[in-house]
Design a protein. Structure first.
Length: 258
């Protein structure tokens, strides 16, 4: 399913989107498949699957630890795409990874592998929009959405480029720094949501961990929320993981229902 189609469905139902992130291969590829199933049962609208990289500069300690567990378990791009291709989901799948892995595999091949495995979008937090032309062309050839990030510090000129080129959704970074669950979300997030004027859906990430925070983001004008560290924390605990992933997804989904 295309990302735009999912957001169109949600808008018709007056719902925000829950975009759930976990790291593929944490702790094993088979476990990842089970965890994705639990998140979908809980109400996740889009699954963001991290492709582990050894230097995840945008991620905080929680997701860094999940990435390391995945790498220790032997996760590679080949295994990743094979695992993703075995998933049978009715919702969009997005890969979040770093440019080094894409460049090493080859931009065209990476985009083709995404399409062949059933993925709908790519997020690359360490690729500046000004240097993304080649990857953008590869994505367009393979009908893959290249999703850009907007931070509170994003300049006007960069913002304009992102709003023209960005597809799927615009990833709004709720606060400066790295990923990680927080007890509160920065007040400046509302200003950022209002600053980004576009018909492309806006999804807020970095720091959201509960239904109350998710609801606040939707009330402030976001079209969806992105939650990762809170799910990865559950996986790290190793306790009642399936049940707790589903329960948290359900709580967050309730929060984004308008």
């Amino acid at each position: 399913m295309r990302i735009a189609e999912k957001f169109k469905q949600l808008r018709a139902k007056k719902e925000g989107a829950l975009i759930a992130y976990i790291c593929a291969g944490d702790p094993t590829p088979e476990a990842t498949k089970e965890y994705v199933t639990a998140l979908v049962r809980g109400g996740a609208d889009i699954i963001e699957l991290g492709l582990p990289f050894s230097d995840p500069v945008a991620d905080g300690p929680t997701i860094q630890a999940g990435i390391q567990r995945a790498l220790d378990g032997g996760m590679t791009p080949d295994i990743y795409f094979k695992m993703v291709g075995s998933l049978r989901l009715h919702i969009p799948l997005v890969v979040m990874t770093y440019y080094n892995l894409i460049f090493k595999r080859g931009l065209e091949k990476f985009a083709k592998d995404c399409a062949a495995s059933g993925m709908s979008g790519i997020i690359v937090p360490d690729l500046p929009p000004e240097e993304s032309d080649e990857l953008q062309q590869a994505c367009k050839k393979n009908d893959i959405d290249l999703i850009y990030l907007v931070a509170p510090t994003t300049t006007g000129s960069r913002m304009n480029r992102i709003l023209v080129e960005g597809k799927g959704f615009i990833y709004l970074v709720a606060r400066l720094g790295v990923t990680g669950a927080r007890s509160d979300v920065a007040v400046s997030t509302r200003e950022l949501i209002q600053r980004v004027k576009t018909d492309t859906p806006k999804a807020v990430g970095f720091g959201i961990s509960n239904g109350k925070q998710a609801a606040r983001m939707i009330e402030d004008g976001a079209d969806g929320v992105i939650v990762g560290s809170a799910f990865v924390d559950i996986i790290a605990s190793g306790k009642d993981v399936m049940e707790r992933l589903e329960a948290l997804a359900r709580e967050l989904k309730e929060g984004v229902r308008r």
